[in-house]
Ligand binder design. Sequence first.
Ligand code: GLN
Length: 244
Amino acid sequence: MNLRILWMYHDLMDLYGDKGNIQVLKTRCEKRNIEVTVDTCTINEVRDITSYDLFFLGGGADREQNLIYQDLLKRRDQIREAMDQKTAFLLICGGYQLFGRYYKDQDGVELPGLNFFDYYTEAADRDHRCIGNIAVNVTIGTESFDAVGFENHGGQTKNVFNPFARVLKGHGNSYDSGFEGFMNDQVIATYMHGPLLPKNPKIADIVLKRALSRRYDIRELSELDDTIENKARDVMLRRLGVIS
Ligand code: GLN
């Protein structure tokens, strides 16, 4: 069994340790004897997006989003095709925003998004920037668990019909929306940097299962010992007053 990961704009979209997500995915595969290939892809580079099991795009400030969005839009048909062929997607913050209708920055400049989903994002005034540690509750299928991350975005994402999580502490999609991210059967999109996966191994395994099931009949992944990861997550949940 092998997993093919495409890491988009690794050199530009990588805020607050987003690259750590790739490291976690690799390590969790290696521990299970699953081979992993990670290919990077930046502006003007030729890659067949449809040949990957997982598409990962990290976050970036307005400047980086400005640099990459045209290249991303040129790849729209291929990304659509990858979606049709059951590729899994993990999108963080600036990457999440660009899969919606548009992102409008504080000066009113609007970047068109890929327009795959109905949500759109507009920058808040300075007083409503969403910054800090965040705790959420995720429910996927029969599983429900708490997760932690770090957010820093001016963008307020509205019109999200299928959020990824419910906010316990922090902001999420907008200053007081109460919900975080976007999710469907293939896509997990979130404002949570930190990076997301090291302290949230359950999310890592959900992403892995989705990606592997594109080509393999995968029901369950073998259990790993996540004692340390869970302890690290609980430190933050305790600090935020979510658990005692
Ligand atoms: N530029 C976007 C915003 O501030 C995204 C920031 C990020 O990826 N952390 O909303």
